[in-house]
Ligand binder design. Sequence first.
Ligand code: BGC
Ligand code: NOJ
Length: 849
Amino acid sequence: MEQKRYGHFDDAHREYVITDPQTPWPWINYLGNEDFFSLISNTAGGYSFYKDAKFRRITRYRYNNVPMDNGGRYFYLVDNDCVWNPGWKPCKTPLDFYECRHGMGYTRITGCKNQIEASVLFFVPLRKWAEVQKLTLTNHSQEVKHLKLFSFEEWCLWNAATDMENFQRNFSTGEVEIEGSTIYHKTEYRERRNHYAFYHVNCPIDGFDTDRETFVGLYNGFDEPEAVLEGRPRNSHAHGWSPIASHYIEVSLQPSESRDFVFLLGYIENEQEKKFTAPQVINKEKAHQLIDSLDTTEKVDQAFRELQEYWDGLLSIYHVRTGNDKLDRMVNIWNQYQCMVTFNFSRSASFFESGIGRGMGFRDSNQDLVGFVHQIPSRARQRIIDIASTQFPDGGCYHQYQPLTKRGNNDIGGGFNDDPCWLIFGTVAYLKETGDFTILDEMVPFDNQEGTEVTLFEHLKVSLDHVIRNLGPHRLPLIGRADWNDCLNLNCFSWDPNESFQTTENKSEGSKAESLMIAGLFVVTAKEYVALCKELAKRMRNEELGMRNGDYLASAESAGGGNHHSSFLISHSSLLEEASRMQQAIDDMIDAVKRDGWDGEWYLRAYDYFGQKIGSHENDEGRIFIESQGWCTMAEIGADEGMTAKSLDSVKKYLECEHGIVLQNPAFTTYHVEMGEISSYPEGYKENAGIFCHNNPWVIIGECIAGRGNDAWSHYAKILPSYVEEKCQMLHKVEPYVNCQMVAGKDAARPGEGKNSWLTGTAAWMWLTVSEYILGIKPDYDGLLIDPCLPATAGDYTVTRRFRDAVYDITIHPNGSQKGVRQIIVDGTPVSGTLIPYAPGRHQVEVRL
Ligand code: BGC
Ligand code: NOJ
């Protein structure tokens, strides 16, 4: 049973090939890179939106439906009495052949029935606000075939939330226009909207429908639309109710003949003064231009090639050859791809996130940056500014913001006391990747209020000060509403099932609740801040001395053009003072953790509202938590005293299981009002002792820092999708090519079952872990640090790393060693230490451990 397979990797094409449409859960892909996005399942279900899945939803979707994954872009083919879809759904007519290939920003679904092949290539071209659906019909039979083709999309009335609620209004607002082969959706355009959508096909049509009930029939489902079953469109014109778009085309195919149809789902925005060309008639000029740019097979194929070249480029920045396919495909393809997707979407739109509830998370987006910054630094730069702009003057921040408005989200507000630290985490990653220190001079407002601008560097400073100014009775960080673990709600005390743990009153006034997770996070990020201050001081001193250091200037000038050093307005000495001020805060924090945060065999997790220990051997349940083990070992707190080694051993002893490391142990068996949501989940799920893949890498990095390569690798391989894919596709349930947020833990009813796939910080953390800590190539201000941590069995491997204007071909010879660089030779010359100094050009590097 468990061995059943639904697909396989095709590394040469960078695709996952699904061969059975009845996957254990919809296995989806994402189309689009910047503005226009689509989610698409392996049976063509899903929806599209422009920038914001809540406020600019283009097509409608029903979540958690019966059957699951109901609605999408559907093609119906009528071949005499046989009605079928290339993606099997919704008609579910058995196919003679089915295949879905999810690739980098595209999905190709092919179905064959009665010697007709229908293959649809779905993608969003670069820089275009449109989804292309190139349908190719081929007649493999010996006779002429007369087919009827119906397309189908259902419009969402833009705001995906009110679209599901406000029917007394919605059923009267829907409006469309039909022009040739294009169906325009213009609901609310007459009033405050200046955007519309369209669905076009590049050939004359023989009919259409735009009213859902007329096309489908009130008592039918998507699997039996009346118009299709009768083989006759109604040419309906929607007025209110639920507008849709369906083209009808009669197709005759000679034996062996093949024909392409280019369908285009587009989104247009008009200027206020140019909305209409006549009363009630929308200005279609931009739609015509968009259509013209993609109205032939040649143009579409060209756009598709550009998309593929774009991914060739992105994926050539870090490329490894270890000889282990399972590792190489995750590092070179899927992990990086998932990082792009999480960067684009944060936690907003997936098959587990409705796109309505959440915008971009402050901590989430900063973490996503770290997996993405090497791909497109300029986008990462903008993101950092956007995120920082939602910070408050005291360093606290909005927990989320909406991508469309870039404004902080008042529904959830702030008070998550880990949030500020993540800004350092994200910004430092950007600085090290690019060497672009000018970002620190950017004037960035607080809470998007004009007139409040300070430099980004100042934002970093207030971030850490927020922690320092919010210490509790043990001089450990007060947790606020929650730290990384949104479900450890120590200040919430909720007995009311009608309130959300995430937004209910935060009773942190007078609270003694402190977090060891924030303590570790603070030490790690504050150390980075200290190093940054020193780096800036060094650069400033170099300039003051007129020392035009060749390497530095080269990097400054070449990393994207223009002047890339910071004209930072703080003096050299005040930077060093700032560094020592922060170093003092770090030392104090370390002392506090050693004094009041160590439980004997592991780090405590927290103190609750009343000052009681959480995550201690004194507790009955939740005795040991992963978060503080991860962060305090990454921070190396008490390493000399053996604390980190003991902590990592305790993780193996109490938290590790077959499928990964669980979040805590033992799981909570009852609800604890003083802990909140964490204890609301059944044992083994989500934050209540699920395997929260996101935080497994913290421990793995802790292992790497401690030099324990075998342990790091065994933890890593347990949650590496390609290993899981081979072991248990059916049990795991969700997509086997990406990480999911949570795999049911050892206390669960079904350990190993995955949930919440795609949008998770796991992507960025897995990337950081493997690229910088296991394979050991770590960007730094002045070059690449080389410090792998490997299983003793690792063989030689090569990493090609593009870094600023240089390319390094790095071959590592582990010689059976888990850690410890003995020698680095760059272009034939040995360098001392573990840093390859940055210099433009291509370089050959040999590393011996
Ligand atoms: C989930 C968390 C999530 C939080 C915020 C909770 O229900 O379990 O994983 O961070 O909601 O949306
Ligand atoms: C998911 C949220 O997106 C993230 O911000 C949080 O840290 C984790 N869940 C843990 O609760």
